[in-house]
Write a protein that binds this ligand. Structure first.
Ligand code: SAH
Length: 385
């Protein structure tokens, strides 16, 4: 904590004075009684999430306003907030914005607020007040969505709904492409804004290629590939709802374009039965962006096996001269471990493979320098001979 890491693990606590309720702001002190931090307390292995290391900083309306204003200034510096070709971005990235447990994504005139800690849930109305003030004139709606991200035992999974406004236009813009965001029913906050830069890179590789977008969710990589001039684009996801939204998103940008087909199918099954490397109907640009295989450290071994198996199928089937965009969004899997899993998969295929790009999360998902755990998205772009 003296190096500003924002978590206190339960095992590090000698005793708790008073009877704080989950989500209360507590004062953290050393065994000598010296002040360390103020933070949200919660039952679980991360017992306190630090809000401030300054003793004289109260957690009040001015605090929320200040933190959100800084977060917004950062997004303006990046060139995202206020851009006329992108209006979807992450405004608050938890620890990366000194607000552990809080995620806020902006989609046009709607902000989606997601609490990952009881403290942020308890503070949701204060956060909404500050958000409405800081983004005055930018957003009209604030949707709160935390049913699946709060600890089950806290018994508070019932707060989802609009905190401001309501029924909004659900179409957002990313690099000039339009898409529907299903913040009420979709995964996470409704769209994966973290792949924005990587999608833009993919667009530059798409010309004339036969593209397979595996784990497409709402089709982000697909409509970029279409704009990049792909010969065909096949989008695959096991969720039928995601496939429906993918179809409507492609149609929104490229109505009646025969190049796109979407399949609601399991990834491994699809990879097993799709055309191989020697088949002219095979793919020469493949995207693999699976869900987090390891949500926790103890699942690490299985996760690495999962990445190896998945990538091995792609190396086996991709056409000669093919480009593979492969990702991991598991926080528990680091860059080197992921690269090793992909390396092992490549070696199994015995093909010549070059690393063209090493990818990561974009600037609106900043990493707090004192909290390396905040680095989660990694990817490789590979040329497969
Ligand atoms: N690439 C997407 C985000 C992917 S999220 C984007 O740019 O927006 C991961 C997706 O994998 C989810 O949509 C989920 O439904 C899908 N998924 C999970 N398991 C799957 C499986 N076994 N086969 C196919 N899709 C799967």
């Amino acid at each position: 904590m003296r190096r500003f890491h924002p978590w206190v693990f339960s095992g590090a606590i000698h005793h708790i004075e008073g009877q704080p309720a989950e989500g209360d702001v507590v004062r953290v002190v050393t065994s000598e009684g010296a002040f360390l931090a103020w933070g949200h307390v919660q039952i679980g292995s991360i017992a306190v999430r630090v809000l401030t290391f300054r003793e004289d900083e109260a957690i009040d309306a001015a605090f929320w306003r200040h933190r959100l204003r800084v977060a917004y200034d950062v997004r303006r510096s990046i060139g995202l907030a206020g851009s006329d070709h992108t209006n979807s971005y992450r405004l608050v990235h938890g620890e990366g914005d000194d607000l552990p447990g809080l995620i806020i994504d902006v989609y046009g005139s709607t902000a989606v607020v997601q609490a990952h800690s009881v403290g942020m849930h308890v503070s949701r109305f204060d956060i909404a007040d500050a958000l409405a003030e800081v983004l005055d004139g930018v957003i009209d709606n604030i949707y709160y969505k935390s049913e699946t991200t709060l600890p089950y035992k806290a018994g508070i999974r019932d707060g989802d709904g609009y905190l401001r406004g309501g029924a909004a236009d659900d179409i957002a813009l990313e690099n000039g492409l339009r898409f529907h965001v299903d913040w009420m029913g979709g995964q996470k906050t409704g769209f994966f804004v973290d792949q924005r830069d990587n999608r833009a890179l993919l667009e530059t590789y798409a010309r004339w290629r036969r593209v397979l977008n595996m784990f497409c969710y709402t089709g982000g990589f697909s409509f970029y590939a279409m704009r990049g001039g792909a010969a065909i684009v096949h989008s695959v996801d096991s969720s039928a709802r995601a496939i429906d939204i993918t179809r409507s998103n492609v149609a929104l940008n490229f109505p009646d374009d025969p190049r796109h087909t979407a399949f609601a199918e399991d990834a491994f099954k699809f990879l097993d039965t799709m055309p191989g490397a020697d088949d002219p109907d095979g793919y020469d640009l493949i995207i693999l962006d699976p869900p987090a295989f390891a949500k926790h450290r103890d699942a690490l071994h299985n996760a690495l096996q999962g990445y190896r198996r998945l990538n091995a199928k792609a190396f086996q089937k991709i056409r000669p001269g093919g480009i593979l965009f492969t990702f991991s969004c598991s926080q528990a899997v680091n860059k080197d471990q992921f690269r090793t899993a992909v390396f092992t998969a490549a070696a199994q295929s015995a093909r010549s493979v070059r690393i063209l790009h090493q990818l990561h999360q974009p600037a609106d998902h900043p990493i707090n320098i004192y909290h390396p755990e905040g680095e989660y998205l990694k990817g490789l772009v590979l040329y497969v001979e």
